[in-house]
Design a protein around this ligand. Structure first.
Ligand SMILES: Nc1nc2c(ncn2[C@@H]2O[C@H](COP(=O)(O)OP(=O)(O)OP(=O)(O)O)[C@@H](O)[C@H]2O)c(=O)[nH]1
Ligand SMILES: *[C@@H]1O[C@H](CO)[C@@H](O)[C@H](O)[C@H]1NC(C)=O
Ligand SMILES: [Mg+2]
Length: 382
């Protein structure tokens, strides 16, 4: 049974609907004017294919840009160490790498992991680029703490570091990562064919278009190590590193490059370490610098002393000391025009290079000459 109230509501509803339908008839040509007309509009074309599913014809797409002059290209690779769980951060970094640079240059990628990358990881990564992508697994002995490390001592030291709130001080995997990046990545099977690499990490930002090939600059100008940010290392992570470096140099006097960058590392001619290092989450470098005799011996010496596990030696100071002592200072290149951020620091190109790269970072947010930066030491060498 309909109550009178419901009856009134129903009638009012019909009146309002009619009013709307009739008001359309005063509207511009093309609007629905009758039920049959509306039907025509809501029934599909019958093809069974929604229009958006019809591909945009090929001729609308622009040809792939190729930016290498005269088609020249370096023997180079983009390399990223990551876990399956880092996927979203990896994707974010890689997409920016492609958009800002590699879409034009088509350098291949190598992803490395201490575990197998899963299918979802490989699928999402491969979708992001037309360049070749390879996924590699790190041999177990190049990742895990070597058997000759005294675990009792290593554990005691990790616990002390945790009590002192040293960042990653209690972590073994972090130490494995630092040791691997210091002494093994450049020997990996998948990196063997290459001479230059660009190291990328998850969740970094690239702020500017890079319209030239940095690998060709490295090659043509005989650079071996490129950086964007330099800063001081935490003393607590490297208490005996410099003493170990000095012992190594005493035992191997012939290995140091005479025109080295010691002035970047030390303010007293090598007596003490000022803790300056290039931030290795960004590196464009020559793999042969690490593969060469000097650095190979240097890494083996450090590894034997155990500081990667008894302390928490980072790959950043280890690479930096290696580059500064075994290369000429002119071979270490500051990529001023690459806008880059890895939390919590960023390098934002200044002046002309900011405009040239169409950078989206705020020029005033720039680490270069902040109190914790070492760039002034780099500048002073020249
Ligand atoms: N496969 C693998 N990759 C790792 C592991 N730990 C770190 N990495 C990778 O090694 C690189 C450095 O690790 P991060 O955790 O970024 O270390 P960080 O840059 O010193 O510190 P934050 O970025 O501030 O956390 C990144 O590319 C990581 O994805 C690990 O246990 N396994
Ligand atoms: C390992 O380190 C512990 C703690 O410092 C020490 O007591 C022990 O003698 C060491 N073991 C060896 C085999 O050197
Ligand atoms: Mg990182």
């Amino acid at each position: 049974m309909m109550t009178p109230m419901r009856y009134v509501v129903l009638v009012l509803g019909i009146i309002i609907s009619l009013h709307y339908i009739l008001s359309f008839s005063h509207e511009a040509y093309g609007r629905a004017t009758s039920i049959s007309n509306i039907k025509e509009h809501i029934v599909g074309s019958g093809s069974g294919v929604p229009p958006y599913k019809v591909p945009i014809p090929e001729e609308y797409y622009t040809a792939k840009e190729v930016a290498s002059p005269q088609g020249r290209k370096a023997n180079a690779v983009i390399v990223m160490l990551a876990r399956n769980g880092d996927l979203n951060g990896v994707i974010s970094s890689m997409k920016q790498m492609e958009d800002r640079f590699n879409k034009k240059f088509q350098y291949p990628y190598v992803f490395l992991n201490d575990d197998d990358f899963n299918e979802q990881f490989k699928k999402r990564i491969t979708e992001l680029t037309d360049a070749k992508v390879e996924f590699g697994r790190i041999p177990a002995d190049e990742w895990h703490q070597p058997s000759w490390i005294n675990e009792t001592l290593a554990k005691e030291n990790r616990e002390k570091m945790m009590q002192n709130n040293v960042i990653y001080g209690g972590s073994v995997p972090y130490r494995n990562m630092c040791r691997f990046n210091s002494g093994f990545f450049y020997r990996h099977e998948l990196l063997k064919p290459y001479k230059y690499y660009w190291r990328v990490e998850p969740d970094v930002k690239f702020f500017c278009d890079l319209d030239y090939d940095p690998f060709l600059i490295m090659q043509d100008q005989k650079k071996v190590y490129g950086f964007t940010i330099s800063l001081y290392e935490y003393e607590a992570t490297i208490p005996t590193l410099w003493k170990t470096v000095k012992d190594f140099l005493k035992e191997n006097p012939g290995l140091v490059e005479p025109d080295n960058a010691m002035a970047f590392l030390s303010d007293d001619g090598g007596e003490s370490y000022n803790r300056c290092h290039f931030w290795s989450n960004f590196e464009i470098a020559d793999l042969d610098l690490w593969r060469g005799e000097a650095y190979s011996k240097f890494f083996d010496y450090l590894d034997e002393k155990g500081g990667f596990y008894y302390e928490r030696w980072g790959d950043a100071p280890v690479h930096s000391i290696g580059a500064a002592l075994f290369a000429k200072k002119e071979q270490i290149h500051f990529f001023e025009d690459i806008g880059y951020r890895h939390e919590p620091f960023q390098h934002c190109p200044q002046g002309a290079s900011h405009k040239k790269g169409k950078c989206w970072c705020d020029e005033t947010q720039n680490f270069d000459y902040e109190w914790y930066s070492c760039l002034n030491r780099y500048d002073k060498m020249f």
